[in-house]
Design a protein around this ligand. Structure first.
Ligand SMILES: [Fe+2]
Ligand SMILES: [Fe+2]
Length: 157
């Protein structure tokens, strides 16, 4: 899943925004769903069962983030959000070798994700939407910790 339909903004674009409108949230929804596909594909590359499970847990929570973003969209547009089905997408493309560098950049991305969600929460006028952002942000921080655990497992292997 490299490109999802209806996606207007990249994560870089979103990071620069202070308030997310419905278009921005739709791009965020797609990014979270891609996050799920990414972690599931990544987990499949690890023989260590503990490392694979840590990555799968992150993947499952990314899907939960997408569901929360769907709720935020519904609140903002005042009408139900139709979940987008990405199940027909091919497996997330990964490089031949999964090295520490790649995991370190994933870790950075998770920390940036936490910072981004906390920023959007602090600027968001709707308290329920802000709460959903904070929940997602806190879990992105946790994802970073799990990726760090995977790095530790690799270092000790
Ligand atoms: Fe996420
Ligand atoms: Fe995450």
């Amino acid at each position: 899943m490299t490109e999802a339909s209806g996606v207007k903004y990249t994560l870089e674009d979103l990071a620069k925004m202070s308030i997310l409108d419905v278009d921005a949230l739709q791009s965020m929804y797609a990014a979270e769903m891609m996050g799920q596909a990414f972690y599931m594909a990544l987990a499949n590359r690890f023989d260590d069962p503990q490392a694979a499970e840590l990555l799968r847990r992150n993947g499952r929570e990314e899907a939960g983030h997408a569901r929360r973003i769907g709720r935020a969209i519904a609140i903002k547009q005042g009408a139900e959000f139709e979940p987008v089905d990405y199940s027909d997408q091919p497996d997330f493309p990964l490089p031949e070798v999964i090295g520490r560098e790649m995991l370190e950049s994933v870790l950075k991305g998770e920390i940036a994700g936490d910072v981004g969600y906390q920023k959007w929460a602090s600027r968001e006028p709707n308290p329920e939407v802000a709460r959903l952002y904070r929940l997602n942000g806190r879990e992105e921080g946790l994802h970073g910790q799990r990726v760090q655990q995977v790095l530790d497992i690799l270092a000790n292997a």
